[in-house]
Design a protein around this ligand. Sequence first.
Ligand SMILES: [Mn+2]
Length: 315
Amino acid sequence: MFGTHASADGDALGSELGLSRFLKSLGKEVRVINTGGLARSVAWVAEAGEVEEYAAAAHDAVIAAADSIVVVDISNWERLGAMHKPVMASKAVRIDLDHHPVASCPADLSINDTSAAAVGEIVHALIGRMGGKMTLPVALPLYVSLLTDTGSFKYSNTTVLTHALAGEMISLGVKPYEVYTRVYEGAPAGRLKLLGEALGRLTIEPEARLAWTSLPRAAYAASGAKEEDSEGVIDQVRSLEGIEVAILFKEVGPGEVKVSLRSRFHADVNAVAKKFGGGGDARAAGMTVKAPLAEVEAKVLAAARPEAMRGAGAR
Ligand SMILES: [Mn+2]
């Protein structure tokens, strides 16, 4: 039995499918149960009915009777949402597979490797340790997990191992161009329009080595976009020449703002996020702040500007 966070992304879904398909090939009885659906860009990786959406009536008995429960790619088990309670009440052996710094992990067995680019790498190693044979149905979701968590093999977490594993998966029949196209080039119109809204509001502060933008509720309405359509906007802001820190403010509700922070080389955006009750790592962090948009912008920018100057002139 598997679980991950809401709106399962490429790594969450890819690692649970990779491991569950491998275990099924050994004749194990496996159910993949998630809360909060799958991200649109990667939902195609799952076969029809392969991932079940958690419902208390259908699944509490299954969770209670399971021998083991594997939770993947989730630094805080509270993010299991409605499934958290039955998972904790079960007598099953709880296993955690993760590569995030752990916030809350009440597992019996935890395999956490923060040097892994994706949980998919950990799953690959586990299958190897079990003497398992890698096959295309297992390799495909694991490839998706590597592809998405490394930003198409370009983030700083990408290693020789990541590329070696991708090479192995390609040799098994994974088609990089096809996978890339299915994951990244199915953009709905709303996503591009929302990017336009974000770039139209871009503020560049070259003297502070910082760039930021905001997506108020009106921007979502104007573009017909969904919450998840802002994925990737922050990368566009960070791509700007000469900046160290990029910030995106998303108004997710009245008086509630989700903030994403990215840094290029020197600034520790995790330190900024922590001041507002959030977290992440030095290059990528975020938090949700309950206050009006303009107020959140002012406070976060004031905290981020000195951090953006860290290491200025060091290059
Ligand atoms: Mn991950």
